[in-house]
Write a protein that binds this ligand. Structure first.
Ligand code: HEM
Ligand code: HEM
Length: 127
């Protein structure tokens, strides 16, 4: 994918808008059950994705080839899936024993993406 830096930041902004909408809802309803979801939409979604995007922008060599696209897809798909599962879990804690292990497995994909990013940063972000 071209301009992966832009895709990271655009997708992060979608997470931010979702996280802020949820924050406003929690505040209005005075119900903070979903605060963990709100925090991770904003942090794992927006903040982390924006930092990735800015790094890909600063060191364009990191974008060459397919690995940056793999990282983008891994992060976006696993974070969106994990946070959807977290929504259902926090809304109904009876689902936790069932959804918890799936959530943990999905997040391994997020971690794999960070390992990939580490590799790209370590080998290509030189000047
Ligand atoms: C429209 C914007 C936002 C609103 C209305 C909002 C609202 C809230 C509310 C009501 C809580 C729950 C507080 C509690 O549990 O006592 C919360 C928690 C939190 N918010 Fe936001 N928030 C907004 C934006 C953000 C952003 C942009 C970030 C991060 C970049 C953020 C990070 C957090 C974190 C980390 C917590 C969890 C704190 C904790 O419970 O330990 N929020 N927010
Ligand atoms: C695979 C990635 C991650 C996992 C599995 C994870 C897991 C967790 C868990 C289990 C909690 C405790 C929730 C609770 O007690 O309600 C937590 C809280 C928190 N995490 Fe993460 N986290 C991850 C990534 C991150 C990242 C990247 C950030 C920041 C950039 C972050 C910031 C926070 C903060 C601020 C809290 C406390 C806010 C709250 O209690 O709502 N996390 N995280």
């Amino acid at each position: 994918m071209k301009n992966i830096d832009r895709w990271f930041i655009l997708t992060g902004l979608v997470f931010l808008l979702t996280g802020m909408a949820l924050g406003l809802h929690m505040s209005k309803a005075q119900d903070f059950t979903l605060h963990g979801l709100h925090a991770h939409l904003n942090l794992l979604g927006f903040v982390v994705m924006t930092l990735f995007g800015l790094c890909y922008r600063t060191w364009p060599k990191m974008q060459e080839g397919i690995l940056a696209t793999v990282h983008y897809l891994l992060h976006t798909v696993t974070v969106a899936t994990a946070l959807t599962l977290l929504f259902f879990m926090l809304s109904n804690m009876d689902l936790a024993p069932k959804l918890g292990p799936i959530l943990d497995t999905v997040l391994l994909g997020t971690v794999a993406g960070v390992v990939l990013f580490f590799y790209l940063f370590f080998t290509r972000a030189r000047e």
